[in-house]
Design a protein around this ligand. Structure first.
Ligand code: M6R
Length: 606
């Protein structure tokens, strides 16, 4: 999952390639590079690590040229070194690639036998050599490129630059998205609308298998049979939005603090304050007769789906299956005809989630997606799109997108419960009123930041941390553990509180902090019993509950009193302190909070 950009025109491209890479860094930041061509040579600059390192290189050795390609990398094959950084090049061709070439070993050996010398450990470099091989045999760039695409197995979005062509870039996509941007005397190629958006507001999403010849005056698009085709050019609303941290030291903290506002913005779309009821846009299926719901997503978005499973089953009385997309897409799940499949994704580009969506479509499901990027691949392939209104989420750790996903799902659950006559008016009024108060309650929860910081200080030397909860708080326990792992690199696990005695309690000693998520409600006493089992074994418990819960729990040395709320909305509000705890621990550990090691914001490889 890398970001790619290409520009062909008659003005210098280097600065604009770098600016586009800044917008694409969310796809990976292991290395970055750009290349220009057209004057008989390929010239490139590459650097290991963040884009700033490439900018330093370019400061010392600027890159001229009016045609070029750029890349920001999340390493799949080969370590994140300068040598493995894209663009990969021969003396005739340079290539940027997002995806994985599955048959690269076979191709590489074949090309080595023909005398090609490889410089990197990547799968991508074979593409540059295959195209070069075609050119060496007298093929045109178009012929060499098309012949190369036919030999590649796996997923790719590509940008190809030629040493001898000052007005031709070739792009191609199979499995990974690629966008063409139309400018005035200039054309663009990019991984997504965000890459080309500020350069051009007229874009075209290439279809699966397409490849494109891009010249400064326009584009010729070919389908997978090489026939010339027309694709829709649409206007893009992605602007060169200035996204900054404001007065916050990190995007993650800013995004945590934005939650009261963006949850409110999301509620404004799916909740009518006058009627006091949740509502949904028209659905092309009857909500009252959905036989089954399947919710599929990855990472944090999958935990939003897991919370929603409790809600759908308890409130709307409909059977729900949840799965992570990387498993779901290959397990040939049996799905009843006419079922509802819900896909949750901040980016809308997660490769596994998109593949799972396509499987569900093949099984006759109605496809609803909950995404934060309305023009994303997942949105474009859905029957109904329910956008979250979290605004751009820059920190790799998902925070505000998660609570907005929960907000949309809560509204969907209430709407479906009403359609199915599964809820009476009085109960609906209670749940709706609770939901309407989430933004102000979220503001109250954030007031506990100082206390959470002090708890983080008590935990900073922990090697392992456990999070436990029951019911809809179990997925929040897993989400808390995921947040902590990904940004502080402290090992953490989330467990169903009742499962502790089936194994994990063996981990407990006086060096293992245990975060207990136990709002008052039907499962409170059970969770507190599990907490005491841990305390009895010297576990260092940190209890998150409300005033009544803390009183009932007895003497617990470390606790935070959160607002007293209906159990329905507790998972949304309890997500905030676990986000803040992970954040403060990561600050104390001195990690790279917004761009943690080994990760990328959008995972576009399987
Ligand atoms: O863009 P998506 O919501 O589809 O991304 C899914 C996961 O990759 C994402 O939630 C990931 O787990 C986050 N880094 C967690 O904070």
């Amino acid at each position: 999952m890398c970001g790619i950009i290409g520009i062909v025109g008659d003005r210098p491209v280097s600065d604009r390639l770098v600016e586009a890479l800044r917008r694409l860094e969310y796809r990976g930041y292991d290395s970055a590079g750009i290349a220009t061509g057209g004057a008989g040579v390929i010239d490139r600059r590459r650097a290991e690590g963040k884009l700033d390192n490439l900018i330093d290189v370019l400061d010392g050795a600027p890159l001229p040229g009016t045609i070029g390609i750029g890349h920001t990398r999340w390493a799949t094959h080969g370590a994140p070194t300068k040598n493995n950084a894209h663009p990969h090049a021969t003396d005739r061709v340079a290539v940027v690639h997002n995806g994985i070439i599955e048959n690269f070993q076979v191709l590489r050996e074949e090309l080595i036998a023909k005398g090609h010398v490889f410089q990197s450990e990547t799968d991508s470099e074979v593409i540059a050599h295959l195209v070069t091989d075609g050119l060496d045999q007298g093929q045109t760039p178009q012929q060499a490129a098309a012949a190369t695409f036919a030999r590649l197995h796996g997923a790719f979005a590509l940008g190809i630059l030629f040493s001898d062509e000052d007005d031709l870039l070739i792009g191609a996509r199979r499995g990974s998205p690629l966008v063409v941007g139309y400018g005035d005397g200039e054309m663009y190629l990019g991984s997504d609308a965000m890459a080309v958006g500020p350069l051009s507001n007229r874009i075209c999403y290439l279809a699966e298998g397409d490849w494109v010849e891009l010249r400064s005056a326009g584009a010729i698009i070919h389908d997978e049979t090489d026939a010339i085709v027309e694709r829709e050019i649409r206007s893009s609303s992605v602007a060169a939005e200035a996204i900054d941290k404001g007065n916050y030291p990190h995007f993650m903290l800013k995004e945590i603090y934005e939650q009261p506002t963006v949850i409110g913005d999301t509620l404004n779309t799916y909740f009518n304050a006058l009627s006091g009821k949740a509502h949904m846009p028209p659905m092309p299926f009857d909500m009252a007769n959905v036989p089954k719901i399947t919710i599929v997503a990855c990472g944090t978005a999958a935990y939003a789906g897991s919370v929603a499973k409790y809600w759908f089953e308890q409130i709307a009385r409909v059977s729900v299956e949840t799965d992570v997309a990387s498993e779901f897409r290959y397990r040939e799940a049996a799905m009843p005809e006419g079922g509802l499949a819900i896909f949750v994704s901040q980016s809308g580009e997660t490769a596994d989630t998109l593949a799972a969506l396509r499987y569900a479509r093949s099984q006759g499901q109605h496809i609803v997606s909950i995404v934060n990027v309305p023009d994303s691949s997942i949105a474009r392939e859905s029957d109904v799109v329910l956008p979250t209104h979290a605004g751009p989420e820059i920190g790799v750790a998902s925070t505000k997108a998660f609570t907005c996903q929960l907000t949309v799902l809560a509204c969907l659950v209430l709407t479906m419960a009403r359609a199915r006559n599964a809820i009476d008016d009085a109960r609906e009024a209670i749940l709706c009123a609770a939901l309407a108060h989430v933004p102000e309650l979220a503001r109250d929860v954030l007031q506990h930041d100082d206390r959470i910081l002090s708890i983080a200080g008590d935990m900073v030397d922990a090697r392992d941390v456990l999070y436990i909860g029951r019911g809809s708080l179990f997925p929040i326990a897993m989400e808390g553990a995921l947040k902590l792992k990904e940004i502080s690199y402290i090992h953490a696990e989330g467990y169903a509180a009742g499962e502790m005695k089936h194994g994990p309690i063996a981990l407990v000693d006086d060096g293992v902090p245990i975060i207990v998520l136990a709002p008052s409600g039907p499962l409170f006493e059970k969770t507190v019993s599990n907490m005491h089992e841990v305390i009895a074994r010297q576990g260092q418990v940190f209890l998150l509950s409300d005033e009544a819960g803390l009183k009932a729990a007895g003497d617990v040395p470390h606790s935070i009193a959160l607002p007293d709320v209906d159990a329905f909305i507790a998972p949304i509000l309890y997500a905030l302190p676990v986000q803040l705890l992970a954040y403060h621990l990561a600050v104390l550990k001195g990690t790279d909070i917004d761009q943690p090691r080994n990760l990328a914001k959008s995972v576009t490889v399987e």
